[in-house]
Ligand binder design. Structure first.
Ligand code: BYC
Length: 311
């Protein structure tokens, strides 16, 4: 088929909501955009394990420990589904790992903030996984088949994560005054970074329009952020907590909550590598990679031995 025909076929599939599959022809820029987004997403899942794993040994009860352990294991699984989806676009997992470990690849800004106490684990599950689901439910309808299918399973698991977090927040907000204060403090610290997870405002988002046209993104950064704010407020009210935003107000005309300005300077500082924990996160990833070298070597040696035996 001629290039023009291939492009027309691709465009008509996008138009008709027919998924693009790995062996289909696709524009190079479409391939690269998916690879960028899916690999960044995979890295976020893997780095996202670090702030929570830190609390597994200090969870306040066996039940909490088991739930947190399951959640952190799920994140590893999400990373693996997503690396597999990204590999179908022609890049190896080793290359993606090298890009993460060298600091070349991005991962979600949110994981560069510290988890100071147990209430932070509640706030992460509730707000960070809540923000992630808001984005990911929309991505179940993304145009690239392997990404969309990975998202369906991931969203189901994220719902458990969100509930796990909110349940911790309920225990603390309805607990002693000290526990309630810890829950409020965690909410104060995680609220704004959670809003930053959705990325820059639409007017500043370099990739949004093209990604929306290709149906890689189904909803814009600002619309997803607004959806998250609107659904979080009743949850905050139920807990009897308050949001660290003096400008938050229901806007009858818009049918949405208005909220105060996001500190984009902070966002870009964190995304460019200068957040509170960027250095620590990369060091932890590199250490894990280096400590695991013997496992990769052993697996390769075993695979080679099996091939020799089969031959
Ligand atoms: N952090 O043009 P834009 C999770 C970058 S966590 C860092 O709007 P795009 C989990 C962006 O990459 C969530 N970087 O870009 C939960 C771009 O830079 P490059 C993981 C960010 O791609 C709990 C530049 O800013 N979810 O799942 O159209 C536990 C311009 O932005 C961020 C996903 O990754 C950010 N917050 O839209 C464990 C969802 N925001 O690439 C895990 C999939 C923007 O040009 N990703 N940037 O150097 C997406 O939906 C989109 O990629 C984004 C950004 C909405 C994040």
């Amino acid at each position: 088929m001629e290039q023009d025909d291939l492009q027309r076929l691709f465009d008509s599939k996008i138009e008709q909501e027919i998924r693009i599959e790995p062996k289909d022809w696709m524009p190079e820029a479409y391939r690269k955009t998916n690879l960028r987004q899916i690999s960044q997403h995979a890295h976020s899942e893997i780095v996202g394990m670090l702030p929570e794993a830190n609390w597994i040994t200090r969870a306040p009860s066996l039940r909490r420990k088991v739930a947190l352990l399951a959640k952190v294991q799920d994140e590893a699984g999400h990373g693996l589904y997503l690396y597999s989806a990204a590999e179908t676009l022609g890049t190896s997992r080793d290359e993606m790992m090298d890009d993460l470990n060298s600091g070349k690849a991005k991962y979600s800004s949110i994981f560069n903030y510290p988890t100071l106490n147990w209430a932070d684990i509640g706030a992460i599950g509730w707000l960070v996984d809540g923000a992630a689901i808001t984005n990911q439910v929309a991505l179940c309808r993304t145009s690239y088949g392997p990404y969309a299918r990975a998202m369906v399973r991931i969203c189901k698991e994220e719902s458990f994560h969100q509930r796990q977090g909110y349940e911790i927040m309920m225990s603390m907000a309805f607990g002693t005054p000290e526990q309630k204060q810890m829950a409020q403090d965690a909410l104060n610290r995680w609220w704004w970074p959670a809003l930053m997870m959705f990325g820059p405002n639409d007017s500043e988002s370099v990739h949004s329009q093209q990604s929306l046209d290709w149906k890689i993104k189904r909803v814009s950064n600002d619309d997803l952020r607004q959806e998250f704010v609107d659904k979080s407020i009743p949850q905050v009210e139920y807990l009897g907590l308050t949001l660290p935003d003096a400008e938050l107000k229901w806007n009858e005309e818009r049918g949405h909550y208005d909220f105060g300005p996001i500190d984009w300077e902070e966002f870009y500082r964190v995304v460019s590598g200068n957040g509170p924990c960027n250095k620590e996160r990369l060091e932890a990833r590199n250490k894990a990679h280096n400590d695991g070298a013997w496992v990769r070597e052993a697996a390769l040696a075993f695979a080679e031995k099996r091939q020799i035996n089969v031959a």
